[in-house]
Each structure stands twice: as C-alpha cells, then as structure tokens.
Design a protein around this ligand. Structure first.
Ligand SMILES: N[C@@H](CCC(=O)N[C@@H](CS)C(=O)NCC(=O)O)C(=O)O
Length: 217
C-alpha cells in the first residue's frame, strides 16, 4: 500500500471548483492507479504547518512516505518516476515529456494565467494592458496549435505533460479563449474524456460539496 497523501483546501468558494490544482495530482494518481488519500487544510486560516509544506500558503502538496513535495509540476514529475503510465521510460520519450511539462507551466501557463485572471476579474478589454496580455497568450496558442494538430499526445504516449498542458488550456477554454485554436480544443476534449480525469474532477467537486454540507451551507 503506497503511503501517498494529497493535501488540498478543505473548502474553496464556488468559482475555482473543478480547477483547483489538486485535480492535476488526483488525475495523475488515477491514471497510474496508485492508492492515495486526500487531506484538507483550512482555506481561511493558513498556519505555519501549512507554510512548512507549501512556502506560498497554496495547495496542492503531496507526501510520499516522509517526502513532502509542493508545486503541481514537481509532484507530477515525481509520480512520473513511479509509473510508466505517466512518463515514457525511454530516454527520448522521457526528455520530450519533461520538455512539455516545462512548456506547459513556463511558456503557456505563464501567458494563460494573467489572461484568465483578467477575464475572471472582468477587467476592461479596451486597454493597452489587456492587449498585451491577450496578444501574449494568442502568440503562444498560435505556436502550440500546429504542435498539437500533428499528434495525439505530446510525448508519444499519454504522460504527465498532457495532464499539465490540457489543464492549463482547459482554463483558457472556460473563458472561450480557444475559439481560434481547433487543435487545442480537440486536445483538451481528448484529455478530459479520459476516465481518470472524469473521476478526478468528480472527486474534487464531491470534496468541496461535502465541505459545504459540513459548514451547513
Ligand atoms: N504553481 C503552483 C500554484 C498553486 C496554486 O496556485 N494553488 C492555488 C489553488 S489552484 C492556491 O492555493 N490558491 C490560493 C492562494 O494562492 O492563496 C502549483 O502549480 O502547484
């Protein structure tokens, strides 16, 4: 029995549900069929014990025995070492998956996050600041489009890179930002049709619904 514990918030407001990053970890654990349990930390009151695991007071983190790992990308790379269902085992495939992990987080999410946050906050879209953010994301999507059009998964077989990239793109799609990117849209649809994603998503929604009930909401 693996000693894996995924920690997420015990409750979050309605809006981020279905998108809290513990979903990336749940998804990977489900793909790999690794047994795990989920623990909750307070959303409203983050104490020193929380910051000891996650220096920014965020979630998720994963403990594997006496190892505690924060950052969803680092967690997924760790799980990739544990399961060939998450990471190709040949050097070329492993290198490609690692490249795309960093591309998802460091090239695409760095552009998608300010864009999605602006959308969520309802910032005006007739400003130079918005144009910069919008153009930045559009350029990334323009270059990602042919890469995704030519393949089913980023590193040959499905890997943690696909969990991260599709989750990053999923948020953009939520705000209708993939309208001009059919290959990105099809890729997100392919990834989120996987049973492991469907279970991870349902489990996250159930976790926060149970928290509502516990709060008497
Ligand atoms: N780069 C971190 C980001 C973690 C992150 O943004 N977590 C969000 C939930 S999805 C959070 O904890 N938000 C609360 C906050 O930032 O205070 C990762 O990928 O793990």
């Amino acid at each position: 029995m693996a000693d894996l514990t995924l920690t997420t918030f015990d409750w979050v407001p309605e809006m981020p549900r279905g998108f809290v990053r513990d979903l990336r970890v749940r998804w990977a654990l489900e793909e790999a069929a690794l047994p795990y349990r989920v623990a909750g930390v307070p959303f409203d009151d983050r104490g020193p014990a929380h910051f000891a695991h996650q220096p920014f007071g965020q979630v998720p983190w994963l403990t594997d025995g006496d190892l505690s790992i924060f950052e969803s990308g680092a967690i997924l790379l760790h799980l990739g070492v544990r399961s060939a269902k998450l990471m190709p085992t040949d050097p070329r495939g492993r290198s490609e998956a690692t490249e795309w992990v960093f591309a998802a987080l460091n090239s695409v999410e760095m552009a998608s996050l300010p864009w999605a946050m602006s959308k969520f906050m309802g910032h005006p879209t007739d400003t130079p600041a918005w144009k910069f953010v919008d153009d930045f994301l559009k350029l990334r999507l323009k270059h990602l489009e042919p890469a995704l059009a030519g393949r089913e998964w980023l590193a040959g077989s499905f890997s943690v890179a696909d969990i991260l990239m599709s989750d990053v793109l999923r948020v953009v799609g939520q705000f209708d930002g993939l309208a001009d990117s059919p290959a990105c849209r099809a890729y997100v649809a392919r990834a989120t049709a996987r049973p492991a994603f469907i279970k991870a998503h349902a489990d996250q929604m159930a976790h926060f619904a149970a928290a509502d009930r516990a709060r008497g909401a």
